[in-house]
Design a protein around this ligand. Sequence first.
Ligand SMILES: Nc1ncnc2c1ncn2[C@@H]1O[C@H](COP(=O)(O)OP(=O)(O)O)[C@@H](O)[C@H]1O
Ligand SMILES: Nc1ncnc2c1ncn2[C@H]1C[C@H](O)[C@@H](COP(=O)(O)O)O1
Length: 222
Amino acid sequence: MNLREKYRIPDNAIITIAGTVGVGKSTMTKALAKALNFRTSLEKVDTNPYLDKFYADFERWSFHLQIYFLAERFKEQKRMFEYGGGFVQDRSIYEDAHIFAKMHFENGTMTAVDYETYTSLFQAMVMTPYFPHPDLLIYLEGSFEEVIKRIRERGRPMEQKTPVSYWKEMYERYEKWINEFNACPVLRVNINEYDIIEDEQSIEPIIKKAATIIHEYYHIKK
Ligand SMILES: Nc1ncnc2c1ncn2[C@@H]1O[C@H](COP(=O)(O)OP(=O)(O)O)[C@@H](O)[C@H]1O
Ligand SMILES: Nc1ncnc2c1ncn2[C@H]1C[C@H](O)[C@@H](COP(=O)(O)O)O1
């Protein structure tokens, strides 16, 4: 019996992993999908045609990048729906709009017209009754120092060149965002609570808590 069966997580569930850059979403996505025998929906960084350009010049490329991410995540949403669920997704579509696009607009690195265009497209695509929200959003959180350490150790060149103040602002925006987020049920997990790199079993208590929230949610929805 796998952990999905043991904790009676529906085989059509969609679980999204959220959190700031470097906190451990991709690592958790892969480990959780493996433990549940689910598919993954991963954020592809290496093939993103705008990401390097964006980090070199926010003002020039922020709109292009947001449109690209929106399209990619929407296509992934469609793929998950077509498979009938059973996915763990690396980052939610909500973070694109409510963290990244908003931050660049408020910092003047996305124009008001571009932000308005982006927001109206996001709302038309996502904020509708037809858009299937995840069954659970697992929010990963840890200290800012640990997040920075992980970004440094991972060593993506464009992220190394970005000032620490950028990551600090994003970290603070994430904390505020998750306190107000209510589009679907949330499980908050501190990154000190598990170590799936050293100990695969440490994911089981997280699955147990996830199952409890999903069961409560299904019960309420009935
Ligand atoms: N539980 C963990 N313990 C130690 N290091 C971790 C853990 N999870 C992730 N990492 C490391 O932190 C870095 C960022 O992780 P990643 O999953 O790529 O984050 P994200 O997808 O949130 O940007 C990677 O180098 C990864 O190996
Ligand atoms: N919507 C986004 N806008 C700007 N930058 C973004 C967005 N989504 C992801 N990113 C960046 C941040 C990182 O450099 C890479 C991958 O994110 P990660 O949290 O490491 O998975 O893309």
